[in-house]
Design a protein around this ligand. Structure first.
Ligand code: G6P
Ligand code: MG
Length: 218
């Protein structure tokens, strides 16, 4: 039986994927990488330095940027991103998510956050969602980012559950791979072609309800 839920944050709880895209698009322009929707999709779930590496490789300019230059670009991206998320309020929770969290808490499920973002504690607080979560995994403590299973394994451990007792929710292909490899049931939110490896798929966050999840599990 399922006893807990591990949530991705960007694109699942918060409408922040667009802010990451805006801030990375600026960096892509600066280094001469052509920005497109496919690149934006590929960056979802990928940690900060990994995202920068993909942008540099995509533009065939990786060899032009050493470690110090990469740090400077990543810092610039994060400064711009922080300006964009500074104004977040509970109204920026994705549709239906506050109700979903409330229903899970009422039903007694344990909940944790499995986000690659170092900004997760700040965003969760801005959205007024701290009260729902027993733990937020610190991505800096992990050996590898998504699609590696480490983060979703840590998210289950943080709420003292075996992975098979946990459902993971994700909007990225890398995240679904991480959930599956961790041995949890995966729910993909978004395009079912992009998230085809998910055990269950919902087109939007507004479609995700405990009743629907239970109905598909029975
Ligand atoms: C999430 C987002 C990624 C982002 C990563 C790191 O996984 O989906 O787009 O790169 O977090 O976020 P951070 O806030 O630490 O730069
Ligand atoms: Mg995400």
């Amino acid at each position: 039986d399922i006893e807990g839920f591990a949530f991705d944050m960007d694109g699942v709880l918060a409408d922040t994927a667009r802010f990451h895209a805006i801030a990375w698009h600026q960096i892509a322009d600066e280094v001469g990488t052509v920005w497109d929707d496919e690149l934006a999709e590929a960056l979802k779930g990928i940690d900060r330095m990994g995202s920068l590496k993909l942008i540099l490789e995509h533009g065939n300019v990786a060899e032009k940027y050493d470690a110090a230059a990469r740090d400077a670009l990543a810092t610039k991206k994060n400064d711009n991103y922080r300006n964009l998320i500074a104004t977040l309020t509970p109204a920026d929770a994705l549709p239906g998510m506050l109700d979903f969290l409330e229903s899970l808490q009422t039903a007694g499920y344990k909940m944790s956050i499995a986000s690659a973002s170092k900004n997760a504690p700040f965003i969760v607080e801005r959205l007024g969602m701290q009260k729902y979560f027993d733990a937020i995994v610190d991505p800096a403590s992990l050996s590898a980012g998504k699609p590696d299973p480490a983060i979703f394994i840590a998210a289950a451990a943080a709420i003292e559950l075996a992975p098979e007792k946990v459902i993971g929710l994700e909007d990225s292909a890398a995240g679904i791979k991480s959930i599956n490899a961790a041995g949890e049931l995966s729910i993909g939110i978004g395009d079912s072609k992009v998230l085809h490896e998910a055990d269950l798929n919902f087109a939007t966050t507004a479609d995700v309800t405990l009743a629907r999840i239970k109905a598909t599990l029975d």
